[in-house]
Ligand binder design. Structure first.
Ligand code: ZN
Length: 202
């Protein structure tokens, strides 16, 4: 499966002139929710991710996603792995399990996101799970933005990566884009367009 093509076909890989949450500009942007718009296509992606996880020999009891972004990917990955699916939600300074979800002592849990950028939300989800006695055995994501190193990937880990060493990250592909400071952006210098915010708030 050509993952980049799957994203392009779903209009999840945008090309243009974007203002990122970090304040930097980029000519490409992953609108990662779009790749999950059609459940049958989403299932093909999580089936591929589940195959990678199974081949590694890692034993999983449960998938846990940080809400909101990770929930659909987490749910589909749980279906692909035939395990339980739960999610954690934002609270002041971190994440917490709500809605009657429980974690058993030593339960083996994969933290699943739709996209790992620096992995900050995934780390907070992992901390919430471990505080309850669960064991985080891996991180998983459909897309990896290239700050963290995925199993089998060519990119090196960058200083921005928040994920802990020693716990593997499984992802289908690396999407490493050039980013520019606003005063050093070639698209701005070209003067034909203004950077627009493409994220979850638009
Ligand atoms: Zn620009």
């Amino acid at each position: 499966m050509n993952i980049e093509q799957v994203y392009k076909d779903a209009d999840a890989l945008l090309e243009g002139h974007f203002l990122l949450a970090s304040g930097n500009h980029s000519s490409r942007y992953l609108q990662s929710a779009k790749v999950l718009e059609y459940p049958k296509k989403a299932a093909l992606l999580t089936d591929a991710l589940a195959t990678m996880i199974k081949q590694s020999g890692i034993d999983v009891d449960t998938v846990c996603a940080p809400a909101l972004g990770g929930v659909l990917a987490g749910y589909e990955l749980a279906r692909s792995l035939d395990v339980r699916s739960i999610f954690v939600e934002k609270k002041e300074g971190g994440m917490e399990l709500r809605r009657g979800f429980e974690v058993a002592q030593g339960e083996k849990i994969i933290i699943c996101e739709d996209i790992i950028t620096t992995g900050g939300s995934a780390l907070k989800a992992a901390e919430a799970i471990e505080a309850l006695g669960g064991k985080v055995v891996a991180f998983a994501s459909l897309a990896n933005r290239g700050f963290c190193k995925r199993v089998g990937g060519n990119d090196t880990v960058k200083k921005e990566c928040a994920l802990p060493d020693g716990i593997p990250l499984f992802a289908l592909a690396d999407f490493t884009f050039e980013m520019y400071a606003p005063n050093d952006c070639p698209l701005c210098k070209e003067g034909k367009s203004k950077a627009v915010k493409p994220g979850s708030k638009s």
